[in-house]
Structure formats: structure tokens, C-alpha cells
Design a protein around this ligand. Structure first.
Ligand SMILES: [Zn+2]
Length: 240
């Protein structure tokens, strides 16, 4: 079980390196602000073509150090076979009770990979279940206040973007820590998307998102509820 009583932010992802690629910049930025950040990987990535179980665990630990995470664990659900069921919801709910994060980061709810879809559905339900007093889960009832969804691979539906210009290089370093996947350029092009170098892709993507809001590099997120502002005159990003 988690050995922290209180995280500020917890990202829940299906596979090791998912959080690094989709929201690594935000996690680094929040750690720089003194926030306690964490990542829960549901699977260990053992179905990947390259690297064995030991490699993947060591790489996730190295990446956690670069992201300056306070906490990281791998739930050990079967890679490429993560099931949307009550047992898995309760396992994640127990982690939420143990780490008590105010903010949760989940994959977007529309997904191509079945593990990513199962991850976001399981974790959303777990946030709800963790707050129920009578449910049979270890720990005190707790429900995160806010859920944001990474919108990294989508071209619409952004609720907000985060400037990661000062964190981008470190984010790339964290992804590079997955040496079994990305150190050999030939292998790397087979893993992420056929023929696509993950580092080139990340730079182009972050730059493209950055141009939308007038910064060098950005990451994109979505919330399901509305945003509330006190002073519209201070909204960043010029209209014309
Ligand atoms: Zn993944």
C-alpha cells in the first residue's frame, strides 16, 4: 500500500511511460511548485515487444526520479488485458484512499487502445467508490475534488493548456529513461506508432499545442464540468 498520507496530484495510467508522454510536463511543473505528485501504472508493460519485466520496473523507477515524483506504484494488472470489473475498481479505490490526492489525472474517455479505455473507466469509478463509507475498502473514505483528462492525442475538446516550455526537456529525459523501448531508434519507431520517433513526435506535438496559446511547448487537458472565473479581464491568451 502507498506509504504517503497525502498526495496533491495523482496520475493514473494504463502502462509505464503513458503518464510521462501525456502529462509529464505538468507533473514536473507541479513538483517544481512543491506539490506532491504521484503516478499509478495499472500494468507493468510486460507485453511490449522489447524489454523484460525487470527492465520495465527499473525504467519506471528511473523515470519517476526524473519527474521528481513523491510516489509511484504499479498495480500489476495484466498488460493488454486490463478488465473493467469491480475487483479492479476496488484495487484502485484503495490506492486513492491511501494516497488521498486532491487532483486526479486520467486518460481521455475516448480511446483506441482497450487498456486506456479500461483505465479511465476503472479510475473514474474508483474515485467515486473511494468516497463511499460503507464499501469494503481499506482506509478512510476519500474522494478527489477534481478530475482532469489528458487530451494529448486529440485535436479538439481542450478545456485548458499548460505551458511546459521550461519542463519539456526534462519530460523528454523521463521518456528516454525507458531505454528498452526508446534507446534504439529502430526499435523506438516500432513501439509508439509505426515509423514514428517518439521524441520527434513529442516535440512537434508540444510545439503545436504551444502555438495555440502563444508559448513554446504545451500540454492539453479537458474537464467535464465548466470552469469558473472571478475576473475575465485577467484571462491569459490574446483573442486577436
Ligand atoms: Zn499505454
Amino acid at each position: 500500500m502507498p506509504d504517503v498520507n497525502q498526495l496533491d496530484i495523482l496520475a493514473i495510467a494504463a502502462h509505464p511511460d503513458d503518464a510521462e508522454i501525456t502529462c509529464g510536463g505538468l507533473l514536473i511543473k507541479m513538483a517544481e511548485l512543491g506539490r506532491k505528485t504521484g503516478v499509478l501504472d495499472l500494468a507493468r508493460g510486460e507485453m511490449g515487444t522489447f524489454g523484460d519485466h525487470t527492465d520495465r520496473v527499473a525504467e519506471a523507477t528511473a523515470a519517476a526520479g526524473i519527474l521528481d515524483l513523491t510516489w509511484r506504484e504499479q498495480l500489476g494488472l495484466p498488460d493488454s488485458a486490463i478488465e473493467y470489473n469491480q475487483e479492479n475498481k476496488l484495487k484502485i479505490a484503495a490506492v486513492i484512499r491511501g494516497t488521498r490526492p486532491e487532483l486526479i489525472i486520467l486518460p481521455h474517455w475516448e480511446q483506441r487502445h482497450p487498456d486506456h479505455l479500461a483505465c479511465t473507466r476503472l479510475a473514474y469509478d474508483a474515485c467515486f467508490l473511494a468516497g463511499l463509507k460503507k464499501i469494503d475498502i481499506e482506509g478512510e473514505p476519500f474522494r478527489p475534488r477534481k478530475i482532469i483528462y489528458v487530451t494529448y492525442f486529440r485535436n479538439t475538446d481542450y478545456s485548458f493548456l499548460v505551458d511546459i516550455s521550461d519542463q519539456f526537456e526534462k519530460k523528454s529525459e523521463a521518456v528516454a529513461a525507458y531505454k528498452s523501448q526508446f534507446e534504439n531508434p529502430g526499435n523506438a519507431k516500432k513501439i509508439f506508432r509505426p515509423g514514428v520517433d517518439v521524441f520527434e513526435f513529442m516535440r512537434a506535438r508540444a510545439r503545436q499545442l504551444g502555438t495555440l496559446v502563444g508559448v513554446t511547448y504545451a500540454e492539453a487537458f479537458t474537464v467535464k464540468e465548466h470552469m469558473l472565473l472571478d475576473d475575465p479581464q485577467k484571462m491569459p491568451v490574446q483573442s486577436i
